[in-house]
Design a binder for this molecule. Sequence first.
Ligand code: ADP
Ligand code: MG
Length: 390
Amino acid sequence: MKRQQRKAMVSEAFEKRFGRAPTLWAQAPGRVDLMGNHTDYNEGYVLTMAIDRNTWLAVLPRDDRKIVIFSLNFEGGGEFDLNDIRHDESFPWTNYVRGVAAAFQDEGFRLHGFDGLIHSTIPFGSGLSSSAALEVVTATALKNLAANWEIDPVRFVRLCQRAENEFVGMNCGVLDQYSSTFGEAGHSLLLDCRNLTHRTASMPEDLLVVICDTRIERELTGSEYGERRAQCEEGVRRMAGFYPGITHLRDLTLEQFIEQEALLPEVVARRCRFIIEENQRVLDLARALSADERTAIRALTEGSYAGARDLYEIVSPATEHMMKAVLSGPGVVGARQAGAGFGGCTVAFVERDEVEAFTDHVGRLYFSTTKIEPEVYPVQAAPGAGLMRL
Ligand code: ADP
Ligand code: MG
């Protein structure tokens, strides 16, 4: 949908619901990781990119301390009072909005009531961070309505994350909110998850990032995510016996690790090896993309996928089918599984001229083996959250 069409559609819905036009428009993008599965909680690196799929929030300030919130993507909604922010059981999606208001208010930021309508082009539950985009767009609107917040952007990111951790109850890392806030057009971000700093990395002109969504929802509330985290922690505990002072897998070089690897339980060793190698691949891919080194892009993405499958064991059968379709597609330079695994999206680097033929091929082949209609589409690196002049 074109931007103007989308605006007209949201405006019309807003006026129908609230009787007046919105006066403020905020947006926050979704994101995809180009490299770095599960490296975030190991205080490592991620190559992440904000994408041109985003969440909009159209807003009209109110005179009282109420937030009235609806979404064009989800049923329900309603109002809550800023003097008494409660968890909502009937429409759980509003808890992202409530949680953001609560997190900032608890830290002493003044909030202003508003009527708001949300519209998003990010798929939900595919690992492209629609939840973070909703948090960040809400915080962006609140920040601009109050007009006088002085806030360090990393603290802003942290408070959005807190909303999801504490109010929604999802133990996510900070990567999603960070990417949605700091994204830059035409660039990916090489994020250091220990210091929460980044530098930008450029993308080759004639390669596009193509999202290949298996349409199998991730299920991370299960035991898998916590189990992987615990295994990494166990690896660190044991390794600290040989390398005093290390606190995360980030602190180990591959050489140090290999020297003591045999002393770890076999599964723990595999998990740790994956993280340590994946960290290095993040740094290497940032370089390879900047220099447009295709052989390296291919090798690094292959390494990431193979490690996710064999060492970290987070690849589901749907993703294996997807990878088969992707790697046999025209113009593909490399591909790997994005996000936390167990379904979700595969991310491919594809020659610009071949993108149409590629999406066609992947759609057909994946459907023929799984009978599931995938979503396959190119994305561009987009700017982070902010107000829009429409
Ligand atoms: P992901 O962040 O990978 O898309 P999550 O499960 O973390 O998946 O977040 C998805 C949830 O976020 C949705 O089920 C919904 O509750 C909420 N959400 C995201 N975008 C919107 C939206 N545009 N309107 C209402 N709720 C949304
Ligand atoms: Mg999410």
